[in-house]
Design a protein around this ligand. Sequence first.
Ligand code: ATP
Length: 433
Amino acid sequence: MDKLVSLAKRRGIIFQSSEIYGGINACWDYGPLGVELKRNVKEAWWRAMTRDHNNIEGLDAAILMHPNVWVASGHVAGFADPLVDCKSCKLRFRADQVPEENLRDHKCPNCGGELTEPRFFNLMFKTFMGPVEDEASIVYLRPETAQGIYVNFLNVKDSSRRKIPFGIAQIGKAFRNEITPGNFIFRTREFEQMEMQFFVKPGTDQEWLEQWREERFNWYLKLGIRREKLRFHQHGPKELAHYAAAAYDIEYEFPFGWQELEGIHDRTDFDLKRHTEHSGKDMSYFDESSNERYIPYIIETSAGCDRTILTLLVDALREEDAGKEIRTVLKFHPDIAPIKAAVFPLVNRDGMPEIAHEIYDIIRPYYKAFYDDSGSVGRRYRRQDEAGTPYCFTVDSQTLQDRTVTVRDRDTMQQERVHIDQVLNFLRDHLAW
Ligand code: ATP
């Protein structure tokens, strides 16, 4: 993790937020390469949801919502983690993350000091809407994007004339005042979720849950994540949220252990029922095919964008023995790599820089590209390896004769020659979009 955090900073992937002021705990900023990586992850997810399926619509709901949304959802009453404090070292832990014997003996896992009894702590950030800071003007920063989808169920269904089964997909920020944030961008207080809520007929929910959990698992494989580092975790009766009929987590083996990457839950009719009760608006559905009226069941697929990025970084980072030195390489799937192509003149003379610029200008409008003419070509390849750039095009003396350039593959380090006119086609053949 230390290597990853320092590489991420050095290469402009992720910086600590407000670093010049000493930073703020568990908030991170995406730099020039990080922002490209993040856009690619979101694009891959958005395409998987709204292009690969013909029954999923998109949505972008506001972060601030009517406070009663969070009463209906149960977050005001129950979105709390039990918390224990150490009276000596003052560290604070989530009770469910402290080993059972420590909890029983009130013994701090860090210093052995005395732990307090668990207290409940609401994870929602509060703020005030309008000029008066009183109880009546409290609003919350949404702790999940899902509720924005549920409250828009009727709007989306009616405006897009959808019939059940169909889904609504949304990517957006969520905020949780986490008690124990950490592990870089794994658990932060501000993060982005990629959620798709699929509305189905009661009784067909188990089938859809199975289908979606397979599909979501395969999505991570398609992003190039190693199969052996991924697994399902099925929630046992004790873990299952009160509203859920069944739930699976997709887990990844991080350097700090197996941890949740995405949750796929059968939420039954809990959400639409609650919003019907609290808003007074009937959220039932009339199924013309069976002549029945029912409250749809919801299969939720809830992924973390930042957590996916951490997974991609951890999974891609390799250190390879390259003879005299160690080659550090981010073996990203080409589709999510921040920079798709780098262009180099072998030397800065004989017209090579001019041709390299010409190629760079051909690629630039379509793909994120990088021009580099400083240092030896070997050094330039290494710098692109560290950034995860899959293809490097180099103009050399043969280019001056036949207008072909070398293209070097990041993973195999093999080179082939392509004609300058074919550079864009080469990239189109190797990239999904
Ligand atoms: P945990 O038990 O780890 O707190 P959770 O079960 O509450 O997580 P969900 O509410 O199911 O998480 O959230 C869905 C997804 O959103 C998670 O799988 C994760 O990818 C992402 N996520 C949730 N909380 C955070 C956070 N604090 N920082 C980054 N990503 C998060």
